[in-house]
Design a protein around this ligand. Structure first.
Ligand SMILES: C[S@@+](CC[C@H](N)C(=O)[O-])C[C@H]1O[C@@H](n2cnc3c(N)ncnc32)[C@H](O)[C@@H]1O
Length: 438
């Protein structure tokens, strides 16, 4: 067991593991199969999951159980299903649950093709403009009308409402959910949400495309992805699919898996205060009517700025130090960071409960800087995993090459810097912290 000083030392000395950076992987490989169904902030690439599965699951075993307590848009879950493993896990985000269910469920290609053609014909019968289709009543969720009007032009609102009505009337649930994911993905393009921003920012000059065209293009891509996924899935997996896919809309501290039943957990946790998922997915939440109130919904998330505890009792010395330093600069933020580390401590306990002895728990996580304080998430996770009973088994350090531009680094401090102060080009890095249950 390493103490806080030793852990900091291991991280300081750690060199980049080039083979984990996947420099050469093309966007088409990162978005293969169903992986590009829906944009998702802070998703990781399937190559990381696949390499961890290659290294930790014996290729000769046919049965394995893979877990992700924060499955997001389902990268781990889809990779596990593609290999015929049982895939279980949780996410508190209702749109994540929908996306992952759809991405992990291959559909027979000719059936899907027909369903998509019928659907497109229905919303564009005789090439009539959507707003002129009088027989379709627009479905616009009344209670979210104010937010919808904030984000959508009047004309687009009615067009989307008509499309949604047709989707909701689809009888086959699997197909209905498939269309919902396509619809949800297209909402950003069809709204005045600034395209380059993940954060809710309006672009009042944005030229809004026709929702039919956007949806048609995206459905074509999804159909192609489904067919590729369907073709690599074995028949045995297709027939046992409902037994293999065991995901829940739930808090990460309540896993569906039984004690000592999981071979490996592969996950990336939320980041403290950087992504408010409840806000980032609000277009989908309001249109698909996924939450009564955004402010209550926000509180369910780990890492949110809406949370603090009176008596957090952190186990990690590194975490305590970060909270103490931050308190001097921003008291409220220090409470949020403390709440994040406390919640994560409880997630690690749940990870430990479900893993088999000998099983691994792999956290993909990056560090950050808030109010001039280094927020050493990865170091805290390594220490907290140990406090929960895990052995800190391995550390992987990778460069994130999917980012469009490398950042600039200040030579002296090693930190990312603004362009004029920087002298070294560097890619952002992240860690994979691996705990082993002995
Ligand atoms: C970094 S993302 C995971 C991305 C995922 N690895 C992927 O490839 O899509 C973190 C996820 O944690 C989820 N989350 C936040 N609080 C949670 C909680 N209390 N329980 C379960 N999931 C939660 C968020 O909804 C988000 O999907």
């Amino acid at each position: 067991m390493y103490n806080a000083i030793e852990i900091n030392d291991i991280f300081q000395k750690k060199a980049i593991d080039d083979e984990w950076s996947f420099k050469e992987s093309k966007p088409s490989e990162r978005g293969k199969w169903t992986h590009s169904y829906h944009r998702y902030p802070a998703k990781f690439i399937p190559q990381i999951v696949e390499k961890l599965l290659d290294e930790y699951i014996d290729p000769n075993v046919t049965k394995a159980s893979v877990n992700d307590p924060f499955f997001g848009c389902g990268t781990t879950i889809v990779s596990a299903i593609s290999r015929g493993y049982e895939a279980n896990g949780t996410d508190i985000n209702r749109i994540a649950y929908l996306i992952t269910r759809v991405k992990a469920t291959p559909i027979e290609p000719s059936y899907l093709k027909k369903k998509v053609m019928d659907f497109l014909a229905r919303i564009n019968s005789q090439n009539t403009l959507l707003e002129q289709l009088d027989d379709i009543e627009p479905y616009i969720p009344e209670k979210h009308l104010e937010r919808i009007d904030y984000w959508f032009e009047e004309k687009t609102k009615f067009q989307l409402g008509k499309i949604l009505n047709v989707i909701l009337n689809e009888k086959d649930e699997v197909i209905r959910d498939f269309f919902k994911v396509a619809f949800s993905h297209c909402l950003k393009n069809c709204s005045i949400w600034l395209m380059d921003s993940t954060k809710p920012t309006r672009d009042l000059k944005k030229k809004i495309p026709n929702p039919y065209d956007v949806l048609k293009r995206h459905l074509k891509k999804m159909v192609k992805g489904n067919n590729a996924f369907y073709n690599i899935i074995s028949d045995k997996v297709k027939t046992n699919h409902s037994k293999l896919l065991n995901i829940k809309l739930s808090d990460a501290r309540k896993q569906p898996a039984k004690n000592n039943s999981v071979d490996i957990t592969i996950t990336s946790s939320p980041y403290v205060t950087s992504y408010e998922y409840a806000d980032l997915h609000q277009l989908s939440t309001i249109w698909l009517d996924l939450a009564e109130s955004l402010s209550d919904y926000r509180k369910e998330f780990i890492g949110t700025a809406a949370k603090k505890y009176e008596d957090a009792k952190l186990g990690s010395e590194i975490a305590k130090e970060i909270v103490k330093e931050l308190e001097l600069n921003d008291k409220k933020l220090s409470r949020n960071v403390e709440a994040f580390y406390k919640d994560m401590q409880e997630v690690f306990e749940e990870n430990y409960r479900i893993l088999k002895p000998g099983g691994r728990c792999c956290y993909v996580i990056g560090n950050t800087r808030l109010k001039k304080v280094d927020i050493l998430n990865a170091e805290v996770f390594a220490e907290s995993l140990q406090n929960t009973g895990f052995v800190f088994d391995r550390l992987i350090k990778r460069e994130i090459h999917s980012k469009l531009l490398p950042q600039l680094r200040d030579e002296k401090t090693g930190r990312f810097a603004s362009n004029e102060n920087a002298d070294t080009i560097a890619y952002p890095v992240e860690y994979i912290v691996v705990g082993k249950k002995e």
